[in-house]
Design a protein around this ligand. Structure first.
Ligand code: HEM
Length: 216
């Protein structure tokens, strides 16, 4: 296929990206219509997902397909834990439980990490490239809505301290995608898994939307 893989995967997930961006929960969160407890609950879900992504990273470092994507500067678990300590207090881990959709999402990430490096790449792309892009819009809104210090506790998840030039990093990331050692059929499977990853995110937003309907 002539189209670069980074383009294939972006184009194939474009429609679902729009859906995610315009989901009621995201819309209300970005519109400043929800309290900080909704943002906290959302951040909790991210912790479960990133733990699944990052617990597996070490074992995949030497993998020919997934290995090149395992980059220490992307790791988000520690930042999420600082945010959760700020949002939930020092005992942030006590009583923390994923929503059912989050549990399913994290289980699928872990399964891919264990059994299918290409699938892991699909989940990696869907989260990290998104965080480097739209994540910055979310950070800006969160700082303004709930008064977090700029790039401080509460929004550290969105701050990639070790990535000085996100645009350049994203270009490199796309080059890694283009160089993935996979045939056309496997690339199609990875694209399909990326769509699945967007579905999982949509399901988490729906459950968050049910928990935090617009009551005001
Ligand atoms: C309100 C929420 C969101 C906003 C405002 C947003 C915004 C954006 C923007 C502006 C870009 C383009 C960046 C560029 O061209 O370099 C982008 C890219 C991306 N977003 Fe989002 N996004 C949101 C939610 C999501 C969600 C929930 C996901 C998936 C979990 C996601 C995944 C991605 C991915 C994978 C890309 C990279 C596309 C590519 O260039 O290959 N985004 N987002």
């Amino acid at each position: 296929m002539d189209t670069p893989f980074s383009t294939q995967i972006r184009v194939a997930s474009h429609e679902q990206h729009t859906e995610a961006e315009t989901s009621p929960f995201m819309g209300h969160l970005l519109g400043g219509k929800l309290g900080v407890e909704a943002y906290t609950r959302y951040t909790e879900q991210l912790w479960f997902v990133y733990r699944a992504l990052e617990d597996a990273a070490g074992a995949l470092r030497e993998d020919p397909v997934a290995g090149p994507f395992v980059r220490p500067e992307l790791m988000r678990t520690a930042a999420l834990e600082r945010d959760l300590a700020h949002l939930r207090g020092p005992d942030w881990a006590a009583g923390l439980a994923p929503l059912p959709a989050t549990e399913a999402y994290a289980a699928r990430v872990a399964e891919c990490a264990r059994t299918w490096p290409g699938g892991y790449v699909a989940h990696h792309y869907t989260r990290y490239l998104g965080d480097l892009s739209g994540g910055q819009i979310i950070r800006d809104r969160a700082e303004k809505t709930w008064g977090f210090a700029r790039k401080g506790d509460g929004v550290r998840f969105y701050v990639f301290e070790e990535i000085g030039n996100p645009a350049a990093f994203k270009r490199e990331y796309r080059a890694l995608l283009d160089a993935v050692p996979a045939d056309d059929l496997e690339k199609q499977r990875i694209v399909d898994e990326c769509k699945r990853a967007f579905d999982y995110n949509g399901a988490v937003f729906r459950e968050l939307g049910t928990e935090f309907p617009l009551s005001a």
